[in-house]
Design a protein around this ligand. Structure first.
Ligand code: ZN
Length: 182
């Protein structure tokens, strides 16, 4: 298992629509294991493959952040087939550090997803679990939680993203600069 570097906004891979998984092999199992380890280490409650630079429809969710193995959810090719209710709660994203904002999400979602072996499951998730699944499924379509914001919340997000983009640019410049001898 290995920790994977988490891609930070405005990395273009975060805007990619990830491809359907059709091969359920050892490589996929390894990707899932690495994603789980990376999510727990971050620490975070969810991680999508595009956040580690892999353009596949794979996500992991664990509201317990590693405390309870039964809460780990592996979502391969997940589809939200139904939803109802509405809840507003504060959300964040490992790819958008130091910014959280209130986002409207369904209270309940019905999900059809495969796991790393290809087995299909259909289940209903509520509350924070529903929110986390919506957030990760969005990632697989290149959608970020800030895209759901309107009005003042959107303005705050814009400022935070601008700052983040500047920091990332600076980081790239620093990485590209020759080592100073002074
Ligand atoms: Zn996210």
């Amino acid at each position: 298992m290995a920790l994977l570097p988490i891609r930070i906004y405005p990395d273009p891979v975060l805007r990619v629509r990830c491809a359907e998984v059709t091969t359920f092999d050892a490589e996929l199992a390894e990707l899932v294991a690495d994603m789980v380890e990376t999510m727990h280490a971050a620490p975070g409650v969810g991680l999508a493959a595009s956040q580690v630079g892999v353009e596949k429809r794979v996500a992991v969710v664990d509201l317990s952040v590693g405390d309870d193995a039964e809460q780990l959810l592996v979502l391969v090719n997940p589809v939200i087939v139904g939803d109802d209710g509405a809840v507003v709660e504060t959300e964040g994203c490992l790819s958008i550090p130091d910014f959280t904002e209130k986002v409207d999400r369904p209270e309940r979602v019905e999900v059809v997803a495969q796991d790393q072996t290809g087995a299909t499951r259909r289940f209903v998730a509520e509350g924070w679990l529903a929110r986390a699944i919506c957030h990760e499924v969005d990632h697989l379509d290149g959608v970020l939680f800030v895209d759901h914001l309107h009005g003042l919340r959107r303005e705050r997000a814009k400022r935070a993203l601008k700052k983040l983009a500047k920091e990332q640019e600076q980081r790239e410049w620093d990485a590209a600069a020759p080592a100073s001898s002074g």
